[in-house]
Design a protein around this ligand. Sequence first.
Ligand SMILES: [Zn+2]
Length: 219
Amino acid sequence: MSDRIALTFDDDPKITQDDSVPTGTSELLRVVEELNQTPPYQKRPIRLTFFVVGVNVEKMLSLEPQLITRMVMGGHEIANHSHSHPNHFHRLSVDQALEEVGKNHDLIQHLLGRESRFFRPPYGLISQPLIDAILREFPRYQIAGWHRHDEKDSYTAAQLSRVVVQQAQGNQVVLLHGWYKSTLWAMRSIFQGLRDRGFYAVTMGDLAGKPPLGGLKGL
Ligand SMILES: [Zn+2]
């Protein structure tokens, strides 16, 4: 049985203020950077996958360029979540969809120095013709859904952490959002709970096989 699990974060890089508490990518990275310096994580550090949005990358490049550097230098995977996060990606024309993917792909490649290999459509909305067109234009890409998405407005951080840790399985892809307050507050306990159960957080690319198509709608 695999002891690997991929925690994937959508919409980054993003910084928000929630009840005057900072949330978002920089806080998430702070927790990971801190844990990775402690003995349990030094040997097999926590690695995440960030499904970045191009306009957010552009914004952060001028607002807080170090954030981009930290995402890359932390050994995390940078994946493609479209350039402008359209509401109804599945209804875009093939040309519009390819532009959304291609623009963000180039941005990731040129500004972050990383080749993105995964595309996750905003809200999981995508049609089969668009999948076909994207894979024709970007043959190295894989379309990535998720196995589990357990974030709920009614959950406290402790509840979310309990569910994520209890439901963890080898080779699983978990969808999370670092700008979501309860998620951010749950992360330390999620990392520790997963490690206690013998799971290691790795990037999507380090999982076996193709990413799941679960969670995708509009097919
Ligand atoms: Zn999103």
